[in-house]
Design a protein around this ligand. Structure first.
Ligand SMILES: Cc1cc2nc3c(=O)[nH]c(=O)nc-3n(C[C@H](O)[C@H](O)[C@H](O)COP(=O)(O)OP(=O)(O)OC[C@H]3O[C@@H](n4cnc5c(N)ncnc54)[C@H](O)[C@@H]3O)c2cc1C
Ligand SMILES: O=C(O)[C@@H]1CCCCN1
Length: 392
C-alpha cells in the first residue's frame, strides 16, 4: 500500500499518453485484444486544444504516396466497423476532387492511385462541382470514395468502445515524467502508473515529452486557421451542402495546397482552409497575429475570388487547430531507438485523421511485438539524423 500522502501506484498491460484520435484508436485496438489499458489525457474531455476536435475531416482513397493509398481500404473497413459498433454514422460520402495543373507530377500520382478513368474535363467537373471555376490548363481527378468524417463524433465513439472493452480513461491528468524500464513508470499530476509498454501519442506536445528520453524529434507544431465562408446565395451555386470535398495540388499561388469541405457544420458555410500555418508553441497558440496580418486569410480570399465566386471573400467563422509537421510530412510510427517498449506515434502533418484506425492498429502491433500489417519504412524515426541524444 502507498504511504499516506503518496500517490497510488497502479499497473496496467499498456499505457497510452494522449486521448486525441491516434491515442484513442491505439487504446481501442489494445482493449479489443484484451490488454488492460490506461489512456491518459492532460485536459478534461472533450477539449479543443489539440488536433482532433471539430466536426469534420476529409477521408479519401486518393494519395500521391502509394504507402498511404495502400492503407486506405483497411482504414475505410475499420471506420465502418466502428460505425457498426456504436450504431452512429461517422462518414458521409460526398466525393472528392483533386484540382491542379494538367501534367503536374503530384496530380499524376493521385490519378495513378485511383486508376486512369477518373480525370474530369471542364464539362464533367461542372456537373460534379458547378460552383468551382476551373482555370485554363487545369484538370480535376475524382475520387468517388472521398467524403467527410464527423470528427468529434468519431472521437467520442472510439473512446466509448474503448471503455466498453474495459479500458480506463483518466482525463485532466498531465504526464509529468516517464521512466523507462522493463516496467515503464509514468507520473502524472494525479498518480503513478506502470506498464510493460507505453505508447506516446501526444500530438503537438510530443517533442518536449520525449526529450527527457533522449530523443530530439524534428516536430514543428503549426497553428492553423480553420475558416468557414458564407455562400452569397444559400444553395444557389452548389458550392455548399451538395458539392464534393476538394483539394488543390501544384498551384503556384498556394504551393502548400488549399482544401474545402461542403457546408455541413454551419448551415450555408463552406469550410475552406490553407494546408499550412504559422509555427507555434501549443501553450501559446492563442497569442496569434491579429486580423490585419494574416497571410492565410488573404491567400484564401484571393483564391475564392478566382475559383469560387459563389462565396463571400471574408470568413464568417474562424476556429483554430494544430498540425504537428515532420520535415517530409510523413508520420512517425516507431519504437524508441533505445527503449523498445516505448512506442511513438507523432508528426501527423495535417493528414492523420482518416488513417487513425490503421495508425492505432500499427502502434498496437508495435507495442505487442507483432509483425505490423503495413510497410513501416516510411515512418521510421531513423530517417532523421541525430535524433538520439546522449542525455541518458
Ligand atoms: C485544421 C485541421 C484540418 C485537418 N484536416 C484533416 C483532414 O481533412 N483529414 C485528415 O485525415 N486529417 C486532417 N487533419 C489532421 C488530423 O486532425 C490530425 O492528424 C490528428 O487529429 C492528430 O491526432 P493526434 O491524436 O496525434 O493529436 P491530438 O488530437 O492533439 O491528441 C494528442 C493529445 O495528447 C494530449 N497530451 C499531450 N501532452 C500530454 C501530456 N503530457 N499528458 C497527457 N496528455 C497529453 C493532448 O492534450 C491531446 O489531447 C487536420 C488537422 C487540422 C488541425
Ligand atoms: O488529409 C486530408 O485529406 C486533408 C487534405 C488537405 C489538408 C488537410 N488534410
Amino acid at each position: 500500500m502507498a504511504a499516506p500522502g503518496q500517490p497510488q501506484k497502479a499497473t496496467y498491460d499498456a499505457i497510452v499518453i494522449g486521448a486525441g484520435i491516434q491515442g484513442s484508436f491505439t487504446a481501442y485496438h489494445l482493449a479489443q485484444r484484451h490488454r488492460d489499458t490506461l489512456l491518459l489525457e492532460q485536459f478534461l474531455l472533450p477539449h479543443s486544444r489539440g488536433s482532433s476536435h471539430g466536426q469534420s475531416r476529409i477521408i479519401r482513397s486518393v494519395y500521391p504516396e502509394e504507402y498511404y493509398s495502400r492503407m486506405m481500404p483497411d482504414s475505410f473497413r475499420l471506420w465502418q466497423q466502428l460505425e457498426a459498433e456504436v450504431g452512429v454514422r461517422l462518414y458521409r460520402q460526398t466525393g472528392l476532387v483533386v484540382l491542379g495543373p494538367a501534367g503536374n507530377e503530384e496530380l499524376e500520382a493521385c490519378r495513378r492511385s485511383l486508376g486512369d478513368s477518373q480525370v474530369l474535363d471542364t464539362t464533367a467537373l461542372a456537373r460534379h462541382f458547378p460552383g468551382y471555376r476551373l482555370q485554363a490548363g487545369q484538370v480535376a481527378v475524382l475520387d468517388s470514395t472521398g467524403g467527410v468524417l464527423f470528427a468529434d463524433r468519431a472521437l467520442r465513439a472510439v473512446q466509448e468502445v474503448f471503455r466498453r472493452h474495459g479500458g480506463t480513461v483518466r482525463d485532466g491528468e498531465k504526464v509529468l515524467r516517464i521512466e523507462p524500464g522493463a516496467m515503464v513508470t509514468v507520473t502524472t499530476t494525479g498518480g503513478v502508473y506502470q506498464a510493460p509498454r507505453l505508447i506516446i501519442t501526444a500530438g503537438a506536445w510530443t517533442g518536449p515529452l520525449v526529450e527527457p528520453l533522449g530523443l530530439r524529434l524534428p516536430l514543428q507544431p503549426l497553428r492553423i486557421d480553420v475558416c468557414y465562408w458564407r455562400e452569397k446565395e444559400p444553395k444557389s451555386t452548389n458550392t455548399g451542402s451538395v458539392s464534393p470535398c476538394f483539394l488543390t495540388v501544384g498551384l503556384s499561388q498556394a504551393p502548400h495546397g488549399i482544401y474545402g469541405l461542403p457546408a455541413l457544420e454551419y448551415p450555408g458555410m463552406v469550410k475552406l482552409c490553407h494546408h499550412h500555418g504559422s509555427p507555434t508553441d501549443p501553450e501559446k497558440r492563442d497569442q496569434a497575429p491579429s486580423g490585419a496580418d494574416r497571410p492565410d486569410i488573404s491567400l484564401l480570399s484571393s483564391f475564392i475570388s478566382s475559383y469560387l465566386p459563389g462565396l463571400e471573400t471574408q470568413p464568417a467563422v474562424m476556429e483554430t487547430c494544430l498540425y504537428t509537421n515532420t520535415p517530409d510530412e510523413d508520420f512517425i510510427l516507431d519504437r524508441h531507438p533505445k527503449f523498445s517498449n516505448i512506442i511513438i506515434g507523432a508528426g501527423f502533418s495535417g493528414h492523420g485523421f482518416k488513417l487513425a484506425p490503421v495508425v492505432g492498429k500499427l502502434l498496437c502491433e508495435l507495442s505487442l511485438g507483432e509483425e505490423p500489417s503495413h510497410n513501416m519504412a516510411p515512418f521510421a524515426i531513423t530517417r532523421f539524423h541525430d535524433v538520439l541524444q546522449s542525455v541518458l
